[in-house]
Design a protein around this ligand. Structure first.
Ligand SMILES: NC(=O)c1ccc[n+]([C@@H]2O[C@H](COP(=O)([O-])OP(=O)(O)OC[C@H]3O[C@@H](n4cnc5c(N)ncnc54)[C@H](O)[C@@H]3O)[C@@H](O)[C@H]2O)c1
Length: 247
């Protein structure tokens, strides 16, 4: 198994892409801690999956956008697990609207939950990984952070910020064998995209050369690759997972 014995922390693992990453890591033998505001409804099924593959799964309640809450969660999980081999910064939100109608709180909330959160976790976890002289950090950005999207200036700015954070941190820690990469999904079937109207959905799918929406599992499998030794010479990269939407 690709991640046998590795200790991984995944933020926003209670549903959607994050939950698929939890499941994919468990299937590869990892010990997983997922951090969310609420526990996954299917937590018992995750525990069964963990024991089947020789790993473990725990839930830690925290708000990733709250510095104290998320920093304490990272420190507690490190103390409990003994090491942190993989960190996936996945938790994220949208508060869409045209810029001239956007409220300050819509801007602030999205930047805090999507970007400041990654700064808080990376600050704590990169120090731990530097001491270990190993580790893989995966930041879940978005194709929108690379190409922009009308109605999402806050979201796109947060995701573009994550790209800068990824590349800069990758340069800071590469010499200590700590790798930092990002993935940039396109249009993936989750609660987040479930809010779109039929018309918005059709317009988006028409821009995807593969002609379909992606599945959370198709994002999770790329995270397994970036978490494991198969990507041992890759750092500072942003991998698009878009069905060809951006090439
Ligand atoms: N779905 C897509 O098409 C798509 C595309 C590109 C990027 N992404 C990114 O993928 C990530 C996951 O998205 P998703 O579609 O699975 O969304 P989702 O809404 O289904 O799940 C988001 C997860 O983040 C958690 N979360 C949100 N705010 C939090 C907070 N303050 N503290 C702790 N946890 C919090 C939620 O509890 C949930 O587990 C996000 O960063 C999103 O921006 C999604």
């Amino acid at each position: 198994m690709i991640l046998e014995g590795k200790n991984a922390i995944i933020t926003g693992g209670s549903r959607g892409i994050g939950k698929s990453i939890v499941e994919a890591f468990l299937a590869e033998g990892a010990n997983v801690a997922y951090v969310s505001r609420t526990q996954a409804e299917e937590h018992t099924a995750l525990e069964a999956m963990a024991s089947k593959h020789g790993g473990s799964v725990v839930f830690r309640q925290a708000d990733v956008g709250d510095e104290e809450s998320i920093t304490a969660a990272m420190k507690d999980l490190h103390a409990a697990m003994g090491s942190i081999d993989v960190l996936v910064n996945n938790a994220g939100i949208t508060r869409d609207g045209l810029v001239f109608r956007m409220k300050n709180e819509d801007w602030d909330d999205v930047l805090r939950v999507n970007l400041s959160s990654a700064f808080y976790t990376c600050r704590t976890v990169s120090r731990i990984m530097i001491k270990q002289r190993s580790g893989s950090i995966i930041n879940v950005t978005s194709i929108v952070g690379l190409i922009g999207n009308g109605g999402q200036v806050n979201y796109a700015a947060s995701k573009a910020g994550m790209v800068g954070l990824t590349k800069s941190l990758a340069r800071e820690v590469a010499g200590r064998s700590v790798r930092v990469n990002a993935i940039a999904p396109g249009f993936i079937e989750t609660d987040m995209t479930g809010k779109l109207t039929g018309e918005q959905r059709e317009a988006l799918v028409s821009q995807i050369p593969m002609g379909r929406v992606g599945k959370p599992e198709e994002v999770a499998s790329v995270c397994v690759f970036l978490a494991g030794d198969a990507s041992s010479y890759m750092t500072g990269q942003v991998l698009p997972i878009t069905g060809g939407m951006a090439m």
